[in-house]
Design a binder for this molecule. Structure first.
Ligand SMILES: C[S@@+](CC[C@H](N)C(=O)[O-])C[C@H]1O[C@@H](n2cnc3c(N)ncnc32)[C@H](O)[C@@H]1O
Length: 292
């Protein structure tokens, strides 16, 4: 079984944030396809309907420089407060500068750490909150992350998240068809820089890209970049590629309710607007764990 590097190791240093920015500019379908940019404007009507004339806050998780949030906010009233949060503080600060809000703050936080999430819960505003989570679910283990976010949510809050989808009906075949979006020069340069910075140092090796089953959910395909060295394999980067129905199983199993779904016409990306459906203390088991 390969050892996994934490996703934060690829982004947290400012130089890695800059290299990721270059990958984003040259390879991200979001920047090259106007339908994907339009996708991020669509949920505003449903969000406006939900909050009505009430003040609301924005909690932007893993926001990088806030480009996607800014498309959404162009069609929403200005939030009372904004909390921009990322493992890379310079990116979170850029998001806070870019996004409109009456009060703004930016923090470095690790969404996989319970300490970070505890701290976050002390910063949340009493207003209804719109939480955004764009481009993060592919990199982190989705069910624990959605559960942690669910625990932070008040009954009237909304979560809008994106998932990178596997086009078609099969997670594995769909993921294979988009492998070239990852196996390319700028991505290799970014990941090799992250490997050089990583401690404890990784042995000499080389990068290989492929599609593998997610170790926590075998029917879910992950695009992985693996660092192959003579005695050990490390998964350096992974991007989960669920189908829409897999995403909807995650929503149900974390006690949330789908309000709306917005899908890219090519089926490579989707946005889900969800709200809490019942008390988080009564979470169900993983949809993928064996039946009792
Ligand atoms: C693929 S980028 C997506 C950025 C942006 N939201 C977008 O959709 O273009 C993933 C983002 O999540 C952040 N991130 C990765 N792991 C994280 C973690 N454990 N805690 C907080 N942020 C994390 C990265 O710094 C990066 O900004």
């Amino acid at each position: 079984m390969p050892t996994e590097l934490p996703a934060s190791a690829l982004y947290s240093h400012p130089s890695l944030g800059r290299l990721w920015g270059k990958v984003h500019i040259s390879c991200s379908p979001f920047l090259h396809r106007s339908e994907l940019q339009r996708l991020y404007c669509l949920p505003s009507a449903r969000i406006r309907k939900h909050f009505g004339r009430r003040s609301y806050s924005l909690l932007a998780l893993g926001c990088a420089d806030g480009t996607k949030e800014s498309l959404l906010l162009k069609r929403l009233p200005r939030p009372t407060s904004l909390l921009a949060l990322d493992t890379n503080l310079s990116l979170a600060r850029r998001a806070a500068r870019r996004l409109p809000a009456f009060q703004k703050s930016a923090y470095r936080a690790d969404l996989t750490s319970s300490l970070s999430l505890q701290f976050l819960s002390t910063r949340l505003s009493p207003h209804p909150t719109l939480i955004t989570l764009f481009g993060v679910l592919p990199n982190l283990n989705p069910l624990p992350l959605l559960r942690s976010i669910r625990r932070l949510m008040k009954k009237d809050d909304l979560l809008l998240f994106s998932a990178n989808l596997a086009p078609g009906q099969s997670s594995h075949t769909g993921a294979l068809s988009i492998l070239p979006q990852y196996d390319n020069r700028p991505t290799r340069k970014w990941l090799e820089a992250a490997i050089l910075r990583y401690r404890p140092k990784l042995p000499q090796g080389h990068l290989e890209f492929g599609v593998f089953p997610d170790p926590k959910q075998k029917t879910l395909a992950r695009i992985e970049a693996r660092w192959i060295s003579p005695r050990k394999i490390h998964t350096v980067f992974s991007s989960r590629r669920p189908t829409s129905s897999q995403v909807e199983a995650w929503i149900r199993s974390t006690h949330m309710r789908k309000l709306a779904r917005y899908l890219d016409p090519l089926g490579e990306e989707g946005l889900w607007l969800v709200q809490p459906s019942s008390h988080p203390a009564s979470f169900s088991r993983d949809p993928n764990s064996p039946k009792r």
